[in-house]
Design a protein around this ligand. Structure first.
Ligand code: ADP
Ligand code: ZN
Length: 436
């Protein structure tokens, strides 16, 4: 395997040295945070008046968590730690779960973030030979500009395509011999389903890799995209509160995402008790921005559920790996008392080869019971088959869901292209049950 490094000394380093650096960075992070009204109060409450008060990670872990709501309350600039004239950009989260939050960046912040993305892309084997078409939306969303800067820094040729307009995307893919795309997994599956109708075939392209992120997706969805396009697909994780993409990224071995621990201090907690999880345990990811100047954030509860993978990666990087995100602690569905994450449903249905590239989960109330309806597209060929076979397929999907995750759904099969498509993050779950 060909292993590329962007900055080898930062990627392969003694673990002890990394942790020593982290602790130093935590002390200066606390000092920067003390310049904001929000953290000044929060830290005073736990008796911290200077970074020097933090003598160990354990000391640091006595500081209360920061939550999305704190960022909202601090709107627009209660968490700004530097003079306004030192800020060169702001980004805001896409607001999947409510009012957006604003993150400010200094020149150094953009520079450091850009380095993390250059490092991430290099880890997947990208070089200046590559042409990247960035299908994430440009604007306040971080997937556009964030990835753009990182790819340019690595010397890749970048096409700032932004999201949407499938035919235009396909034209660019062909005309500029694009080798790498950055997109949501759902949009890539959609593009594939439209190839025929726009008169394209895989032979028209020179595509080698896709960087996918911004939404949860299963290992089977990755495999599906890889086998449909005959490319390598790499998982990319980030959130705007922690800059955006470039928080954790897969390397060529595709065995979990390296979380860049020289930029983010990572903890995994039990979302109910808020206690640290034992090593390797699954829980909520909590992150701190070790380098950021403009908007320092301490112990941020991401709501994303994952776990730290044991052992070292074959690539030799010191940065530990996390598993793919299985969902957000706030998106768990409770269906007739059974707890299910949408990602579990996706995992089961995407494993079935007959299932197409788009699906929806609809929840309704039927009397006092919850009813779950899985709407999924199937491949055209199957739709041309007789009704009996289609009925059998719905039955098999329902049975697989029942055996794997104990839900009893109604399954509706749709022809390709019938379910709505999203250019950004896909909306998969429609909960029409009455909220109490
Ligand atoms: P919002 O929180 O409003 O959706 P962001 O655009 O910052 O705003 O989205 C970040 C969130 O997107 C993450 O917290 C996570 O839930 C999800 N996400 C990002 N990348 C991935 C990924 N590779 N796998 C699963 N979920 C992801
Ligand atoms: Zn690796």
């Amino acid at each position: 395997m060909n292993i590329n490094f962007y900055n080898k000394s930062d990627e392969i380093m003694d673990r002890g040295l990394l942790e020593k650096k982290q602790l130093e960075k935590i002390r200066s992070l606390v000092n920067r945070a003390l310049a904001t009204p929000f953290y000044k109060t929060l830290l005073a409450d736990v008796g911290i008046r200077n970074g020097k008060d933090i003598r160990s990670f354990r000391d640091y872990q006595q500081i209360p968590f920061t939550q999305k709501d704190d960022l909202r309350k601090a709107f627009p600039s209660g968490m700004l730690a530097i003079p306004r004239e030192k800020v060169i950009r702001l980004h805001a989260s896409s607001g999947t779960t409510g009012i957006p939050t604003v993150i400010y960046h200094s020149k150094n912040d953009i520079d450091n973030w850009t380095d993390l993305l250059a490092r991430s892309l290099a880890a997947t084997g990208c070089t200046e030979q590559d042409v990247l078409q960035n299908m994430m939306s440009y604007g306040l969303f971080t997937g556009g500009l964030g990835m753009h800067y990182g790819a340019e820094r690595l010397g890749m040729m970048v096409i700032p395509a932004s999201a949407g307009n499938t035919q235009r995307q396909l034209n660019m893919l062909r005309n500029f011999a694009v080798t790498v795309v950055h997109a949501t997994p759902s949009y890539l599956l959609h593009i594939y389903s439209r190839l025929d109708s726009y008169g394209f075939s895989l032979k028209d392209f020179n595509l080698k890799k896709a960087m996918v992120g911004a939404e949860p997706h299963s290992e089977d969805t990755r495999k599906k995209i890889e086998s449909l396009f005959k490319i390598d697909v790499y998982n990319s994780y980030g959130l705007s509160e922690m800059n955006g993409p470039g928080v954790a990224f897969e390397c060529v071995y595709k065995t979990g995402m390296h979380l860049w621990e020289d930029a983010y201090f990572m903890e995994i907690i039990n979302p109910d008790t808020l206690e640290p999880q034992p090593e390797g345990g699954q829980g909520e990811l909590v992150l701190s921005t070790l380098n950021r100047e403009a908007t320092p954030i301490l112990r941020y509860r991401t709501r994303d559920l994952t776990s730290i993978l044991p052992g070292a990666c074959e690539c030799g990087r010191v940065h530990r790996r996390i598993t793919r995100i299985i969902g957000r602690s706030d998106d768990m569905l409770i269906i007739n008392g059974v707890n299910v994450f949408p990602s579990q449903i996706e995992e089961v249905i995407m494993r079935m080869p007959e299932v197409g590239t788009n699906y929806q989960i609809v929840l309704e109330k039927k009397g006092s019971l919850d009813q779950i309806i899985i709407k999924t597209e199937v491949h055209q060929g199957i739709f041309n088959d007789n009704t009996r076979e289609l009925n059998q397929l719905s039955k098999r999907i329902a049975e697989n869901l029942k055996t794997s995750i104990s839900i009893n759904p109604k399954v509706e099969l749709h022809e390709p292209g019938q379910l709505p498509v999203y250019e950004g993050k896909a909306k998969r779950v429609f909960d029409n049950r009455e909220k109490i």
